[in-house]
Design a binder for this molecule. Structure first.
Ligand code: SAH
Length: 398
């Protein structure tokens, strides 16, 4: 097996079981192929474990095994998939939802591998050279171990593939089993959603916000709700199912709103009025301010504003801007459910931005709940980067 030799002292991070080895930590490397498994050795020559080689990425090696006695192979990968699926047994036992993340990349020991299960159809993303190398084994294992799995397909994540210098791939490929329908219907509690597994964001749906949607829904009875960055309607439909008086769904994507309308139609019995606004959310919030509109509940679930720490200041201005605008639109006792999915933004930093927004808005708020990604998006203790999603539910005291 080819070897990667670390610089003196740089083995510490591997001993702490962090799965990433950056190019700067490497003293010498055999010319391994993209995705090939390499032995990682400390400066003194000791083998520390095995990982997948990414010749063109800043993250040069992603660790698969920290045990020198265990070399990763097809069976090893299949076993990791089986274990990850096994850890989701509670989701399959619970009839409330039939959509769950089965493999959460580094956090399940499978760097670069994401697998989301939508009512029998599993959709994967392979975003590193090692993940690409093992995708056949991953798909076969998912077909075997995921309960009632009818097919496994792949969504190519163009941006991530470019970083790893992987060749562009077809946007959607069936890897095993059958071809999923155009739209897959899933349930989250009382709410049904259609998932566009071919064209939707990520693998089609924001499964990571499941718990937050339920929590926010539970606070929405009788409320006039403004759901900004609605995507296919998630928080708005959860609020509607829990008795919201009215819902406004705002998103800049017309295709997301089209699907949100189809999702609304899945529940014919609910009489709540739903309005759809295709707009930049910042602009719409300003328009509402200028018109003096008021809401009882506002949800802000924007896309990632900071891709890395270097964008933190710019991101904080964006977060402050939308939160300040939303705070001013809330009526007495109004609820603001506000989220950040930027990993570079810590919960403490986000709190600070919210506090500054509240000061500028001249309003007092109390934190009534905090949310994070659901239990099917676990964070490995040795991989703090796995925690990216944070939410704060604020109630106005003025
Ligand atoms: N809350 C959603 C997920 C939101 S994802 C759910 O529960 O499913 C973020 C959404 O923000 C995407 O749908 C994207 O189209 C939208 N978006 C991105 N920039 C925007 C902008 N400036 N204004 C309005 N929507 C925007």
């Amino acid at each position: 097996m080819k070897k990667v030799l670390l610089k003196p002292g740089r083995e510490l991070s591997v001993r702490r079981r962090h799965p990433w080895i950056f190019s700067g930590a490497i003293a010498a490397a055999d010319a391994a192929e993209r995705g090939e498994t390499v032995a990682v050795t400390a400066a003194g020559g000791e083998t520390l474990g095995y990982g997948s080689f990414s010749p063109d990425s800043q993250i040069r090696v992603r660790m698969l095994s920290f045990d020198p006695a265990v070399e990763p192979g097809e069976e090893f990968i299949g076993n990791l998939v089986a274990c990850a699926v096994g850890r989701r047994a509670a989701f399959f036992a619970d009839a409330a939802t039939d959509a769950v993340r089965l493999v959460n990349a580094e956090n399940d020991g499978l760097p670069g591998v994401v697998a989301d299960y939508y009512a029998g159809w599993t959709v994967c993303q392979f975003t590193s050279a090692g993940a690409e190398r093992w995708k056949g084994s991953v798909a076969a294992a998912l077909m075997k171990f995921a309960p009632f799995c009818r097919g496994v397909s792949e969504r190519a994540d163009a941006e991530a593939r470019a970083k790893e210098n992987l060749p562009p791939a077809a946007a959607f490929t069936v890897l095993a089993g059958g071809e999923p329908p155009e739209l897959v219907e899933i349930s989250e509690g009382a709410v049904k959603y259609l998932v566009d597994v071919r064209r939707g964001h990520k693998t089609g749906f924001y499964l990571d916000q499941r718990d937050a949607r339920a929590l926010v829904g539970g606070l929405a009875n009788g409320a006039a709700v403004l759901n900004c960055f609605s995507y296919t309607g998630g928080f708005g439909l959860a609020a509607r199912a829990c008795g919201a008086a009215s819902v406004v769904q705002v998103d800049s994507s017309s295709s997301a709103l089209d699907l949100a309308k189809k999702n609304e139609a899945l529940d014919r019995l609910c009489g709540t009025r739903v309005e759809y606004v295709e707009s930049d959310a910042f602009k719409y919030l300003r328009k509402c301010r200028d018109e003096g509109r008021r809401f009882d509940m506002i949800v802000l679930d924007p896309p990632k504003f900071a891709a890395s720490k270097s964008q933190l200041m710019k991101a904080s201005r964006g977060y402050k801007d939308i939160n300040l605008l939303a705070m001013k639109l809330l009526g007495p006792d109004g609820v603001l459910a506000t989220f950040s999915c930027s990993g570079a933004v810590s919960p403490e930093f986000f709190d600070r931005v919210l506090w500054e927004a509240a000061l500028d808005a001249g309003r007092n708020f109390q934190i009534v709940a905090r949310t994070r990604q659901g239990a099917d998006h676990p964070v490995a203790l040795n991989f703090p980067e796995g925690a990216y999603l944070k939410g704060v539910v604020l109630r106005s005291m003025t």
